[in-house]
Design a protein around this ligand. Structure first.
Ligand code: ADP
Length: 327
């Protein structure tokens, strides 16, 4: 089936992620290729309600592929959670003649798109843009690769100073529900331990590991902690551990929002370009209310209603790597 879509809206919503601009560019240029008009909706669903909608042409997305953040801005909208808010948003889109949406965001944004379709019949295609990589229906999300590279660069620097002073560092990385960032970056920086929400953290075991490291003359330790670990963030875990190591200086570093920023990596630009292109093609082909993702390096579609946060599914092989390689 092909649809008669003539005008589409593109927006970024929820948490921002590097590579969103590359994705906006791909959507706008693919639409232009098919002679479909494209409008940018500012600040996610909130801008849709406040009628902040601007025409986007190919030239408007020049020179943004390498930029972090999102030129369309993003937000979380309480008003869109209400029927009244969504009615205003739908009226605004109808005034512009927008008959399809590309929503770049996380599972919350996709839920919004589904409810919006159910009520107002304006279809949407979701594109996974989140640094957390915790969505079903895709192997990668836009922003994840850049975020882990940012973390690796930061921890490499921390290790230089940790090593110079023989210090123990607890480094907190993002990941409220998912340990993907912590585990991938932890292995890549040679962390002595990685603590993640998906697996139980035993403080006694951690202390024993560190002690055994010191006995083997390991003089600097890097412990990577995902912010959502059930024993607490890096500050809390450091408190629990350091009492046992009076002779060793301990420091905590919370990497925070730097993980969301920066110029997107090559992988994220490529992924964003592929998904943005596929999303517009899907709207044209009448494949409505799906999330477009990537599985085994092929474009894959998952109904928006099923593109939820993935059940914690951590790769056992990676967990084993931390244990074996940090010895
Ligand atoms: P993310 O898309 O990164 O998961 P959020 O969960 O904050 O981020 O969702 C972004 C926005 O999507 C919310 O601020 C809200 O406006 C909208 N949204 C989320 N869930 C729903 C829902 N069930 N119904 C309507 N809108 C929703």
């Amino acid at each position: 089936m092909t649809t008669n879509i003539k005008r589409i809206g593109v927006m970024t919503s929820g948490g921002d992620a590097p590579g969103m601009n590359a994705c906006i560019r791909a959507v706008v240029r693919t639409a232009a290729f098919h002679q479909i008009e494209c409008y940018g909706i500012m600040r996610g669903y909130q801008g849709m309600i406040e009628n902040e909608i601007i025409k986007l042409e190919s030239k408007d997305v020049a020179n943004i592929i390498q930029r972090g953040g999102t030129i369309l801005k993003t937000s979380r909208s309480e008003m869109f959670m209400t029927k009244e808010g969504r009615q205003i948003a739908a009226d605004n889109l109808k005034n512009f003649g927008i008959d399809g949406l590309v929503v770049i965001g996380g599972d919350g944004s996709f839920r919004g798109a589904q409810v919006f379709y159910d009520e107002h019949k304006i279809p949407g295609i979701g594109i996974p843009g989140t640094i957390d990589k915790d969505l079903a229906g895709t192997d990668f999300t836009i922003g994840y690769d850049t975020a882990i590279n940012t973390v690796v660069q930061a921890i490499d620097k921390i290790r230089d100073t940790a090593d110079s002073h023989n210090r123990m560092f607890f480094v907190e990385v993002m990941g409220r529900d998912a340990g993907f960032i912590a585990l991938s970056s932890g292995i890549s920086v040679g962390a002595e331990a990685v603590l993640i929400p998906e697996t139980k953290t035993y403080i006694d075991e951690l202390i024993a590991n560190i002690e055994s490291g010191y006995k083997r003359k390991k003089l600097c330790h890097i412990i990577v902690v995902a912010e959502g670990d059930e024993e607490g963030g890096a500050v809390q875990i450091a408190e629990k551990v350091k009492a046992k190591f009076n002779h060793i200086e301990t420091r905590v570093s919370v990497l925070g929002h730097m993980q969301r920023g920066g110029s997107p990596s090559c992988n994220d630009r490529l992924l964003a370009s592929r998904l943005g292109h596929a999303a517009v093609d899907a709207l044209i082909d009448g494949k409505l209310n799906y999330m477009v993702g990537i599985i085994n390096d092929k474009i894959a579609f998952t109904p928006l209603a099923k593109a939820n946060k993935q059940q914690p599914q951590i790769n056992e092989e990676l967990l084993r790597l931390v244990e074996v390689l940090s010895a």
